[in-house]
Design a protein around this ligand. Sequence first.
Ligand code: 13P
Length: 342
Amino acid sequence: MDKQQLETTARAMVAPNKGILAADESTGTIKKRFDSIGVESTAASRIGYRQTFFTAEGANENISGVILYDETLRQSISDGRTVPQALNDVGILPGIKVDTGAKPLSGCDGETVTEGLDGLRERCQEYYELGARFTKWRAVYKIAEGQPSYACIIANAHALARYAAIAQECGLVPIVEPEVLMEGDHSIEACENVSQWAWSEVFQQLYYMNVNLEGMLLKPNMIISGSTCETQASVQEVAEATVRVLNRVVPPAVPGIAFLSGGQSDILATEHLNAMNQLGSHPWELSYSYGRALQAPALAAWAGQEANAPAAQAAFLHRARCNGAARTGSYTAEMEAAPAGV
Ligand code: 13P
């Protein structure tokens, strides 16, 4: 492991005004997204859609890296370049999701543990050869009566830390993603309590597994009200609660925090990040690693038609610019009213 290279890569992933595009939907998840616009999901339609992001001119101003799915890392765009090559050509780092999904956690009613440790070293070595420079592993925690359980918290934290250590050994920066789901009628306080517990345990396990904190990123949920909670916290409350919990549990050695959007609307995800960056000084970069919040308007604009690629790219670049502005707290509602090029 080259510690210096890991740290340099991690810092580049959260460089000023930039964040990460999560385009690593599994085959099942991308099918659901395509179903929503009535498009058949095939290997050809998947790369046809995704290459609109990879070839959007100027994306590198606000996108530092793209998280890919195994299939995409091995695909080529229409001009014949492989996806990692096309991204490298514009200075965007290729990354790869390496977990194999959240599987039922035996004995814990409806809870999951994320799997994928078997053979992970060999897969990471191959991904590095194929051009990947960072990885992602997502753990999922549900808030419900008596949940998450201690077993869910400990099993997922342990797996995240084992994964992160292996990724670093292979020269890949691990994105450590403990996601407390927003689905449910729980309060923002419940999200705060569960997130603090889950993330604390993650950092405890990262310590046990000798993970180099300077060479990793955290990808957490924001502290928000449950999606069906009657009282929805304000943007300011979300920003303050999220930074408060991060301050309690994330060591300043971690270079950056790249939030997931988790089902928030694209605009709300931008507003929350913007408000956090307006709060004043914090020891880590506060950035984004959005999937839906960067892709949703582009997916709708694309609608499965190659001819719509320019409109899809404009919609994507607009969201990327808005989130880029949110990195410095300089996003404004006016940016939405007059989106350049859309
Ligand atoms: P969302 O931003 O759509 O939650 O996706 C981010 C991600 O990578 C989830 O693992």
